[in-house]
Ligand binder design. Structure first.
Ligand code: UTP
Length: 277
């Protein structure tokens, strides 16, 4: 059973400056909901109710978002605006939220290790909230991954095929097809942000993982890699060498909301979707 979901949310979000100077990237709204709320809803759909969030300086708005604002609630009680808070109120009652701070931004692997204190010794999910996923009528992407985890009982990474010229934005895998009925591959190699000519495939890891807790010790022993950061890809490669990483081609659509293009695309997509409800 996967009971906890970790949200590494300490990054600086430099691609969105100046918007992210004083506002966490994870709080940027697509329509009326901040990115991190979509992530929490996805976790809840996967039956996960314990949220563990790795924040950093200037990220306090995330904590306030998942808390009751008594003044605001009092102000709009009984008015036509009250329903606008229904969804977030329901999330707050269904979930617990705990936080820890990454003091130095040494990369995603390091952020995940920082979360160890909130996770403990159990398998856990990871959502990078700036990768916004829509299930397109399927189960939520994380729910699909939990089913894959239940079958293979090892670390799972979500992948999608990207244009070859974009491999340098992602961790890229190579693997052997295990089961084409559920689109799973046993990972044999992983490279962080390879140039297209060095990429083993065009199968890119997106911001959804299920990790087994031995990953923490592996990260502790992982040296800084690409960009001088401690990369989760390098740690996962250690598990992959033992045949313990499955890549899963999820069903649904993903938007890279950490980039302006992806963010605008997501906004248009969700706007059209909502208009047609
Ligand atoms: P990104 O590289 O996409 O985020 O990291 P960033 O560094 O915030 O964005 P840019 O490139 O400067 O625009 C992927 C995820 O890992 C988290 C980020 O918050 C994001 O969710 N992260 C990254 C951390 O929590 N800590 C880090 O040290 C690095």
């Amino acid at each position: 059973m996967i009971k906890k979901c970790l949200f590494p949310a300490a990054g600086y979000g430099t691609r969105f400056l100046p918007a992210t100077k004083a506002t966490p990237k994870e709080m940027l709204p697509v329509l009326t909901k901040p990115l991190i709320q979509y992530g929490v809803e996805e976790a809840v759909e996967a039956n996960i109710h314990t949220m563990a969030i790795v924040t950093g300086r200037g990220k306090r708005a995330i904590e306030d978002h998942f808390d009751i604002s008594y003044e605001l609630e009092h102000q709009i009680k009984g008015t036509s605006k009250e329903p606008l808070l229904t969804e977030i109120r329901s999330l707050i009652t269904q979930c617990t939220f705990s936080y820890t701070r990454q003091v130095e931004m040494k990369g995603l692997g390091h952020a995940i290790l920082t979360g160890e204190t909130l996770i403990g010794n159990e398998p856990f999910a990871v959502i990078l909230a700036d990768d916004l996923c829509d299930n397109n009528g399927n189960d939520s992407v994380l729910k699909q991954m939990v089913s894959v985890y239940e079958k293979y009982q090892c670390s799972i990474v979500a992948i999608e095929e990207v244009p070859l010229e974009e491999t340098n934005k992602y961790g890229v895998i190579a693997g052997n097809l295990v089961d084409n009925t559920d689109d799973t591959y046993r990972v044999t190699d992983m490279v962080e942000k390879p140039e297209p000519r060095n990429a083993p495939t065009n199968m890119a890891i997106i911001g959804r993982y299920i990790l087994t807790p031995d990953i923490f010790d592996i990260i502790r022993n992982t040296k800084p890699g690409k960009g001088g950061e401690i990369q989760i890809t390098d740690a996962l490669l250690e598990q992959a060498k033992e045949g313990k990483v499955i890549a899963f081609k999820f069903k649904g659509k993903r938007f890279d909301c950490g980039s302006v293009n992806g963010f605008v695309e997501a906004t248009n997509y969700f706007y059209e979707k909502e208009k047609n409800v």
